[in-house]
Design a binder for this molecule. Structure first.
Ligand code: C5P
Length: 236
């Protein structure tokens, strides 16, 4: 019996392409998605997508966090659409016209809007003019992004239940800051276990260092995937 891959996007935050491709090969039997971020993409260019996808057919999450005027974002989204990423990130703060432009330019790709970066404190948000605290900003930006055509939202595990209540069941909620019990938090301040993130309403968990920093990334991915299947079986 084949086991469906777990709803995990492994963040391939590798210093070079060979390492990223090796991690991808090790984890793709167990997870649905691999995530390519700005560092890898800017260093190696579009070819990085084919390198990490390999022959596996794994979904690629292109985390470029686009934020510019609508015409420029449309051009950028069109340029990467030919790479067939399953997800492409934009900043929700770019506004509805920009999000709509991205969605129209890459119709086969789900546009994932980043609401508020989890690195920003409420003081930081005040300083850039987003008053009212992060829950309010997240809620407002989530609603705006979905209305403009974003099919997915990136939010912290702590926000996921409130965002789900705001946008309903049909939007894919993607959460970074996921840490299995017993692993270090590194620089993530607000973390949740994979099981808790799914129970709160997340659809896709972004997990990087707990998998890629393990001695055996394939075994680490398989272990988390098995724990998630147990949770899902218990819930049904
Ligand atoms: O290694 P770790 O599991 O912390 O990796 C998390 C990934 O999610 C990184 O690629 C990071 O850039 C990304 N991310 C995040 N927090 C956000 C948005 C993206 O950690 N709010």
């Amino acid at each position: 019996m084949t086991v469906p891959p777990a709803p995990i996007a492994v963040a391939l935050d590798a210093p070079d392409l060979e390492v990223a491709a090796r991690w991808a090969t090790l984890v793709t039997p167990h997870v649905s998605t691999v995530k390519v971020g700005l560092e890898l993409y800017l260093r190696y260019g579009p070819d990085v997508v084919a390198s990490v996808r390999g022959a596996s057919g794994v979904q690629v999450f292109l985390d470029l966090k686009l934020h510019d005027i609508p015409a420029t974002v449309a051009g950028a989204a069109r340029a990467v659409a030919r790479l067939r990423p399953a997800f492409l990130t934009v900043h929700a703060a770019g506004g509805p016209a920009m999000i709509r432009a991205a969605a129209e330019a890459a119709p086969e790709t789900t546009i994932a809007a980043v609401t508020v970066l989890t690195s920003l404190s409420d003081d930081d948000l005040d300083a850039v003019g987003l008053t009212g605290g992060s829950p309010e900003a997240v809620r407002r930006l989530a609603a705006l992004a979905v209305e403009a055509g974003a099919g997915a939202l990136v939010c912290s595990p702590r926000e996921v239940a409130a965002v789900r209540a705001e946008v309903g069941p049909d939007v894919t909620l993607i959460t970074p800051g996921v840490r299995p019990p017993g692993t270090g938090t590194q620089d993530q301040a607000r973390v949740a276990t994979p099981e808790a993130a799914l129970e709160a309403g997340a659809d896709l968990l972004v997990i990087g260092r707990p998998i890629t920093g393990a001695a055996d990334p394939g075994a680490a991915a398989a272990g988390i995937a098995a724990a998630l299947r147990r949770t899902a079986a218990g819930a049904s």
